[in-house]
Design a protein around this ligand. Structure first.
Ligand code: SF4
Length: 111
């Protein structure tokens, strides 16, 4: 192997070693830092997560309450559509109960 090829191969090996370390660190970090957490520690996820915290004075913003010490992914709502279905069902049950109460109240009221 010529000196140029040997130097070239050594550089390639060095780059592969550096990138290997970067990938290994990214893999570890990806388990502790949620990709939905922005640089201001606000949550940008469009789904429900148990780590979301309300922000004082801002009705829209959600802060990330994850401590970074465990895998955050178990807090994610795994069936967001099921959650919406349950919310609709609960709203329907509440509506029916209110209608029933109103009906009972008008029957009890003497005219
Ligand atoms: S609140 Fe949950 S989804 Fe949002 S950034 Fe934190 S861990 Fe991620």
């Amino acid at each position: 192997m010529s000196a140029d090829k040997k130097a070239y191969q050594e550089r390639l090996d060095r780059i592969a070693e550096i990138l290997g370390d970067v990938v290994a660190n990214a893999e570890i970090s990806s388990l502790l830092r949620c990709p939905y957490r922005d640089q201001n520690d606000l949550c940008t996820a469009l789904f429900r997560c148990r780590n979301q915290l309300t922000v004082d004075g801002d009705s829209e913003a959600l802060a990330c309450g994850h401590s970074g010490e465990f895998d955050y992914r178990t807090a994610w709502e795994s069936h967001p559509r099921a959650r919406e279905r349950v919310k609709r069902k609960i709203a329907g049950i509440k509506r029916e109960a209110e209608e029933r109460r109103r009906g009972e109240a008008s029957e009890e009221t003497p005219s």
